[in-house]
Design a protein around this ligand. Sequence first.
Ligand code: RB5
Length: 148
Amino acid sequence: MAKVVIANDHAAIEIKERIQKHLVFRGFDVHNLGIDAVESVDYPDKAREAAEEFLKGGYDFGVLCCGTGIGISISANKVKGIFCALPQNAFAAQMAKEHNNANFIAFGGRIDYPQTVEAMLDAYIDSHYLGDRHQRRVEKMHILDGNC
Ligand code: RB5
């Protein structure tokens, strides 16, 4: 079964639960490293836990949620090997896979998205990296990541 690691802070419990439910509906085995009760946690800690778990291998992708998605995505992107997208809508979520080959996707629990988070997630899940002309750019991102 395809696996996904997910984590969230206190500002994104409800959206995390929606995402988790939808991922299970979509047939994923979800490893939840986020919090499920209102307790204050620091998003860099959650980003780091999820990133380190993902890098152990065996995961298709990761999902991160905080109030805006900004802090947790910035944090995750500091970890070598993590390429976390923060899409504004379903189109951007699709592009995150097709053009950027992002291995993490982030959402904000306090953000009003123009589409449902489920639709945005589906756009990412149902897309495939296109390679070709995007490969050169993705390789340059890997160089910035110190990976080449
Ligand atoms: C927590 O209050 C909030 O700052 C955090 O969830 C996130 O939005 C930061 O980027």
